[in-house]
Design a protein around this ligand. Structure first.
Ligand code: NOJ
Length: 502
């Protein structure tokens, strides 16, 4: 059987607002992305995933969509989108776009009609509320002037659709067709385990993402993905879908990744694992046992960047661990999702001034939670202030960049042998070169405590999460290390790829 392109693909997430600004308004846009496509090609990724660029009041960074078939003028036009897809394809890069089916913006024409009493059944309106909470803090219900309440599992500006209404299905099938016709290679599905809520909307004790509950993971949602899969399969060129499914249970995840459903689901258990060989090994074993096609991800636009997460107990170790985790991830069977800026070793920006913050989580929690702006700070392309050429000329970016970004800029790292950028380029190039030799399977080798050794055909990967250096497993060649070896030993917080005679 031919291997589908997405099985081992490295997909690069572009948070559109923060990648590159060509128009000079301080906000990233589609034309900016186009200019930087050669950078991504050179980095060595296979595909890009664009976060929402659709018309939106931006109550949640564009995850509040007012028109599912357009481009917000802030980000460009449909012509810009078409040009981006064409140019990406010419460079051999596939393009995934975000689809946001759990909720629309409150500015969407359907919701505006619903407020006027027309077509309320497309959303979830009730005379009485239940005890559900918004994921962004506060109640999940907002009252309308005529006394009814509507459900929003996120911000009040994001009313949840009623997927028990067939019209909602037809609308989204049509939205998918719209983008498929424009040449997209697939979709990232926002809140893929949401969509259906339990009949009767019963009160809940625990609303966390980690299990099937009246709020998340209702079985009916699988019918939606079966319909979507049939649609995707009716187009040529292996169009695919990856679901945003938050669960720490690999069996739960596997329910979405089936031959007649989604091609992939994000594996957030990998991202949530602490810096621990035991924890990493458990996630790897559980994942490979449960899903036919694995994915791995360390960072995205919703979580604290992994350099900072891994440095919580020891800030100096964050970058070394981030690089080691990346090398390990790229050695695992399946597809890997990267988040813009991790190839520069960007940290979470933890000291944004309150008046710069924009995430609704910060506002709805009344400042108790910092929100997600710290991982969304625009990319530093050069050392130059004020925006490191994220925006042209003297324009300030929509979120301020810290001083440390100059040293981490692309310009500063380009061509510097031990920089994180060059390390990513080498790792991705090597992964590509080895692809034909490596089986999908993985075997564990005996290793000291706190250390993982695994092999896939001629490749061995070793990761040291322990407290001191260890001997390398038997090998014929050192292919790549995430940091220097010390007298032939693998230091702590370091990973290595080795070749062995097979
Ligand atoms: C997940 C998205 O990644 C996040 O940014 C957004 O706030 C929520 N879904 C709601 O759409």
């Amino acid at each position: 059987m031919d291997i589908p392109w997405w099985r081992d693909a490295v997909v690069y997430e572009i948070y559109v607002r923060s990648f590159a600004d060509a128009s000079g308004d301080g906000v990233g846009d589609l034309a900016g992305i186009r200019e930087r496509l050669p950078y991504l090609r050179r980095l060595g990724v296979d595909a890009i995933w664009l976060t929402p660029f659709y018309p939106s009041p931006m109550a949640d960074g564009g995850y509040d969509v007012a028109d599912y078939r357009g481009v917000d003028p802030m980000f460009g036009s449909l012509d810009d989108f078409d040009a981006l897809v064409t140019q990406a394809h010419e460079l051999g890069l596939r393009v995934l776009v975000d689809v946001v089916p759990n909720h629309s913006s409150s500015a969407h024409p359907w919701f505006q009609e619903a407020l006027r009493g027309v077509g309320r059944d497309r959303y979830i309106f009730r005379d009485h509320t239940n005890n559900w909470k918004s994921t962004f803090s506060g109640p999940a219900w907002t009252q309308t002037p005529d006394g009814q309440y509507y459900l929003h599992l996120f911000a009040p500006e994001q009313p949840d659709f009623n997927w028990r209404n067939r019209e909602v299905h037809e609308e989204f099938l049509d939205v998918l067709r719209f983008w498929l016709e424009r040449g997209v290679d697939g979709f990232r599905i926002d809140v893929a385990m949401g969509l259906y809520k339990a009949e009767g909307l019963p009160d809940v004790g625990d609303q966390s993402f980690t299990s099937v509950s009246p709020v998340w993971g209702q079985p009916e949602v699988h019918g939606v993905y079966r319909e979507w899969r049939r649609l995707l399969d009716s187009y040529p060129g292996e169009r695919m879908a990856v679901g945003e499914v938050w669960t720490d249970d690999a069996e739960d995840l596997a329910r979405y990744v089936r031959p007649d459903e989604l091609h992939q689901s994000f594996n957030f258990a990998w991202l949530e694992a602490p810096w621990s060989a035991t924890a990493f090994r458990k996630v790897i074993d559980d994942t490979l046992a449960a899903v036919p096609y694995a994915t791995w991800v360390l960072s995205n636009h919703d979580v604290v960047r992994h350099r900072t997460r891994y440095g919580t107990d020891d800030p100096g170790a964050g970058l070394a661990r981030a690089r080691a985790a990346l090398l390990t991830m790229l050695a695992l069977p399946g597809s890997a999702y990267l988040y813009q800026g991790e190839e520069l070793g960007l940290p979470e920006v933890t000291d944004l001034p309150d008046d710069a913050r924009q995430d609704p989580i910060f506002f709805r929690s009344k400042g108790e939670l910092p929100g997600r702006d710290g991982c969304r700070v625009p990319i530093p392309w050069t050392v130059d202030p004020p925006s490191h050429e994220f925006s042209p000329g003297g324009v300030e970016p929509w979120l301020p960049q810290p001083e440390s970004f100059a040293e981490l800029s692309v310009e500063k790292q380009e061509g510097v042998a031990d920089s994180t950028l060059e390390f990513y380029r080498r790792a991705l190039a090597l992964r590509r070169a080895l692809a034909g030799e490596i089986p999908y399977t993985l075997e564990w080798l005996d290793s000291p405590e706190g250390v993982l050794f695994f092999t896939r055909g001629p490749l061995i990967c070793a990761l040291n999460c322990g407290t001191g250096p260890v001997h390398l497993p038997e090998h014929t060649e050192v292919l790549l290390t995430s940091g220097p070896l010390k007298r032939g030993l693998l230091p702590q917080d370091t990973a290595v790829w080795l070749r062995h005679a097979s």
